[in-house]
Design a protein around this ligand. Sequence first.
Ligand code: HPA
Length: 245
Amino acid sequence: MTVYAIIGGTGLTQLDGLTITAALNLDTPYGAPSAPVLRGEYAGREVLFLARHGHPHRIPPHQVNYRANLWALKAAGAQAIVAVNAVGGIHEAMGTGHFCVPHQAIDYTSGRAHTFYEGELEHVTHVDFSHPYDAKLREMLCAALASEGCAHSTHGIYGCTQGPRLETVAEIARMERDGCDIVGMTGMPEAVLARELALPYACLALVVNPAAGKTTALITMAEIERALDEGMGKVKSVLARVLAG
Ligand code: HPA
């Protein structure tokens, strides 16, 4: 059976209901991951869990050691990855509380360590990244969202910004012209590093605020936290369904 790893984002630094059998403090050639990789049982299934921002939540998106995180999960035995990401909504369908399982991504980040293929190489490698997310995992997530009765979009383009600041209205307008439906800060380079390690990867995105300019109000952390509190129960049920297969 496939060993799934869950990467928990903002609002999901721990997975209630996970019976932990080991907390692996792994070192990697790229340094330490954000937190120990937890091995355990969830929904009757062996699973790995990693808190992307550490536990407690303390590492901002641009300082996450994505390479160490992915490397550690692979070393711990992960065979597929479900990433949970809080995002802002750009497309009008992406209201707060809505879920999206993106099928495409645009990377607006800069200066992040974004590849394993650098340094002393025997040969240059360009991985195919035409379709950044795994089709089968996406289908499983969409089926679980439907079974749980969660409002969701089965497709969407995830635009990943550098953060930690939120975007300007003009930046979101440009991203919308580019076709982005949702905006987050952590989807890349995580997805491409998974691809470089040949790990199927998909993203379960929860909209926690309207993106800049999509509301007249300012975006507050209180608003984001409220949406996270309301949405994470659903995220956990969806993950349980995916794992129960
Ligand atoms: N922008 C970028 N990242 C985010 C947002 C946003 O509005 N909301 C949650 N993560």
